[in-house]
Design a protein around this ligand. Structure first.
Ligand code: TYM
Length: 336
């Protein structure tokens, strides 16, 4: 019998995260954790979306620190710079270039419907800048430059992904097959982690109440304390149900980390109260985050090594991005 030597090209994956503070458990379960697992099967590209971060006012020294910090955290989670392309968005100028082109193929009306724009312009009423409005065109550029098949994100980014797909389809209709039209990859459990204090709101690092979110770098005691204080309801049974937003959220978190189904979780905690359940979720989350924190502390202490990784990552990313940008520019009619 002959063995075939044909190599099958891996499908491509792209995603990004903003450097706007230490990521939360929501970022971890909705996105980052899945990125790590996708590295074996896919050709992966992941970036720190720093251009996106300045759509709200940032303090320069703090922003710089947060960019380093997220990059180190991506490595600490297990993203491997030898297998995946890991870079900082602003170091690859093609993102801004393609973003301009794509914004000329994006309608005012469709951007006006973006819920994130509506939310952010309400919470930053003194700074409703053009960048905040045009943000989805930049995100479309981030994605389309790398021709990915899948984009792993939490449920809150679904609308932005849909507009990226619409822009790609529109451009392709006009100019032929320029962009791959990507599929969202949204996890079954953990796609929308809610605030521990107000489980009708998504968990977010900009929550003014720190008990509402768990940061990936919170220490063990802090993690457990936050879960012990998590808002539940007046019932007693650990199971998914209507009007049980707090418990539903905790079950979702526990399921995303342990891989157990909702039914298995309900069986595991049968006859036990919310107190036992909250402690178990807190301990499980703390156990999952502990090794990440240790590794992060080593990586952030060595900025020289980080620089080697992000410079190399930017070079690799740019080789791919340049090719797509040139293709799009040529189609539009620019002189190259
Ligand atoms: P960002 O930085 O807000 O969040 C990074 C990732 O975390 C997910 N996420 C959540 N998932 C579940 N529950 C939550 N409470 C939660 N909060 C955040 C987000 O869905 C996201 O996947 N615009 C993007 C960054 C971006 C991007 C891109 C993403 C820029 N360019 C291109 C994909 C492709 C953002 O602000 O994510």
């Amino acid at each position: 019998m002959c063995e075939t030597t044909a190599t099958v090209e891996k499908k491509k994956v792209l995603s990004c995260i903003q450097p706007s503070g230490v990521p939360t458990l929501g970022n971890y379960l909705g996105a980052l954790k899945n990125w790590v697992g996708m590295q074996d099967e896919f050709d992966c590209t992941f970036a720190v979306a720093d251009l996106h971060a300045i759509t709200v006012r940032q303090e320069p020294a703090k922003l710089r620190q947060q960019i380093y910090s997220i990059y180190a955290l991506m490595l600490a989670l297990g993203l491997d710079p030898n297998r995946s392309t890991l870079f900082i968005q602003s170091q690859v100028p093609e993102h801004a270039q393609l973003s301009w082109i794509l914004s000329c193929y994006t309608q005012f009306g469709e951007l006006s419907r973006m819920t994130q724009f509506k939310d952010k312009s309400a919470s930053h009423a003194d700074n409703i800048n053009v960048g905040l409005f045009a943000y989805p065109a930049l995100m479309a550029a981030d994605i389309l430059l790398y021709q990915p098949d899948f984009v792993p994100v939490g449920a809150d980014q679904k609308q932005h992904l849909e507009i990226a797909r619409d822009i790609a389809l529109r451009f392709n209709r006009l100019y032929g097959d320029v962009f791959t039209v990507p599929e969202p990859y949204i996890p079954r459990a953990g796609a929308r982690v809610m605030s521990l204090q107000n489980p009708t709101k998504k968990m977010s690092k900009s929550d003014p109440n720190p008990n509402g979110y768990v940061s990936i770098l919170d220490d063990r005691d802090t993690v457990i304390r936050k879960f012990k204080r998590a808002v539940t309801d007046s019932q007693t049974q650990v199971c998914v149900g209507e009007g049980k937003d707090g418990v539903n959220n905790l079950i979702g978190i526990y399921s995303a980390i342990t891989g157990k189904s909702e039914e298995e979780i309900a069986r595991e905690f049968e006859g036990k109260g919310y107190g036992d359940f909250k402690l178990a979720v807190g301990e499980t989350v703390a156990d999952a985050l502990a090794p990440i924190r240790t590794r992060y502390n080593e990586l952030i202490a060595d900025k020289k090594q980080l620089e080697v990784y992000y410079r190399e990552g930017a070079l690799r990313a740019e080789r791919v991005a340049r090719k797509t940008l040139c293709k799009a520019m040529k189609k539009v009619g620019f002189v190259l």
